[in-house]
Design a protein around this ligand. Structure first.
Ligand SMILES: Cc1ncc(COP(=O)(O)O)c(C=O)c1O
Length: 445
């Protein structure tokens, strides 16, 4: 049983392995976990192994994995080219203080594929990538403010975190500028301009006032947290124009959305990226991040010229992540992207068809291999349309658990990430279990 009403009492049914582990975990980890994003009722499900599109838990149950570690595992679990490359490297060495040829191999592959990336630096997480990209933009422009979208998640660097979970307010020109943690310095809020994505008129007015003071506009062209809603073409074109007119850099945050296109998300959306941040899939399942971009901007990191931004990191460009990333991206050729694109279209169409069949208020957004479920009759196109009431948020949490009970693992936000070992059978299983969960739970009425 995944749903329990209370923690284990002596004398009641024997605890599951996951329950036992959580009891231990709560003593030594605050809240019993290491990640705020793990959704659980009384205890989380502890996983032991994965195989292709499936994962297995401590109690021997298996699930189709549509979470894929928050979109990281584009080849699913145990993808032979990645595991073989990583194991061979581990036998040689896990890390050095000197460089290895593996970082050049991965850098060359990314530079060759992404037109706007002329040079690249590796770090360990997407958070670090965003942090260093913002620092680079500040050093290059000599300005310190940045702009970002309301609701957008870019990791845990203070300026990038502002207004991550703010209430939408369409009555004011500017969306609310809101601290993301207790004690966030008010000076951080003064240095962030929050933009309403896909609202061209308000964005135009806000940038008319602040444009010239901005080091960078931090753009995720299909921000996941606020709904996995693609930016409209004319909105992207406006951002390109306004950035150029104001000598402001565009940072394309592709930590999540790099998986949308062989050439990256900026290329797909027509965004003129000066800097690009990467993570997740470029490490093949091992920790990684990267900042890439225009050579003249990337020079801020060049120590031989007296770097304007010091960038390092004990594990940055560690060879295990580098070879795993090279193997992962190497296997992602154009046909692989085309297959994922078709499978994503099939998933979105199947979900919309199910919603029509059941006459319920379920919709789907996304592109390529990414899909997001919404407790809404129509797919949202703005943050205000996306924003969920407490009752809607609860419905999505309940759906997450109902799917888990039916052997389907999706991210807690309703985000679904497809992987290359999947085919239409997996999508049909998702849709069938979604139908069963909706009918049994009375969701989306
Ligand atoms: C768009 C985006 N930027 C940055 C990050 C932070 O990456 P990491 O979790 O590797 O620090 C994420 C993580 O989900 C992300 O989705």
């Amino acid at each position: 049983m995944i749903r329990t009403t209370q923690l284990h009492q002596p004398g009641s049914n024997p605890m599951t392995r996951s329950q036992q582990l959580f009891e231990r975990a709560r003593n030594v980890l605050p809240g019993g976990t290491t990640r705020a994003t793990i959704l659980f009722r009384d205890y989380p499900i502890y996983l032991t192994r994965g195989e292709g599109a499936r994962v297995f838990d401590e109690d021997g149950r298996s699930y189709i994995d549509f979470a894929n570690n928050f979109t990281t595992l584009i080849h699913g679990h145990g993808f032979a080219p990645v595991t073989e490359a990583a194991m061979a490297q581990l036998k040689l060495a896990s890390c050095f203080s000197n460089p290895t040829s593996s970082e050049i191999d991965l850098a060359e592959l990314i530079v060759e594929r992404v037109p706007s990336v002329e040079q690249i630096r590796f770090v360990n997480t997407g958070t670090e990538a965003v942090m260093f990209a913002i620092k680079a933009a500040r050093a290059f422009t000599g300005r310190h403010k940045i702009a970002k979208f309301e609701g957008a998640y870019h990791g845990a660097y203070d300026w990038a975190e502002v207004s991550e979970a703010a209430m939408p307010d369409e009555n004011n020109l500017s969306p609310p500028v809101v601290a993301n943690y207790a004690g966030m310095p008010p000076s951080v809020l003064d240095e962030v301009v929050v933009l309403p994505f896909n609202d061209l008129e308000r964005t135009r007015s806000i940038l008319a006032e602040h444009g010239r003071s901005l080091a960078a506009i931090l753009v995720d062209a299909m921000p996941s947290r606020p709904g996995l809603i693609p930016l409209k073409r004319e909105y992207v074109e406006f951002l390109n124009e306004v950035a150029r007119a104001n000598d402001t850099l565009i940072i394309s945050d592709e930590v999540l959305n790099f998986r949308l296109d062989y050439h990256g998300a900026a290329e797909r959306f027509g965004l003129r990226a000066d800097l690009t941040t990467l993570g997740k899939i470029i490490g093949g399942g091992l920790p990684v991040g990267a900042i890439g971009g225009r050579k003249d901007v990337m020079q801020v990191f060049d120590a031989s010229r007296g770097s304007l931004v010091t960038q390092g990191g004990t594990f940055s460009a560690n060879p295990v992540s580098m070879v795993a990333g090279r193997a992962s991206l190497g296997a992602l050729d154009r046909p692989a992207f085309e297959r994922l694109e078709a499978l994503g279209d099939y998933a979105r169409e199947s979900i919309e068809a199910l919603s029509r069949k059941l006459g319920c208020t379920l919709s789907a957004t996304g592109l390529g291999s990414l899909v997001r479920l919404h407790p809404k009759a129509f797919a949202p196109t703005t943050y205000a349309q996306f924003f969920q009431s407490p009752a809607q948020k609860q419905t999505m949490r309940d759906l997450h658990f109902a799917l888990l009970e039916r052997g389907i693992l999706i991210s807690n936000t309703g985000l679904i990430a497809l992987s290359t070992p999947m085919n239409e059978t997996h999508i049909d299983a998702l849709t069938a279990q979604l139908e069963s969960a909706i009918v049994a739970g009375g969701f989306f009425q």
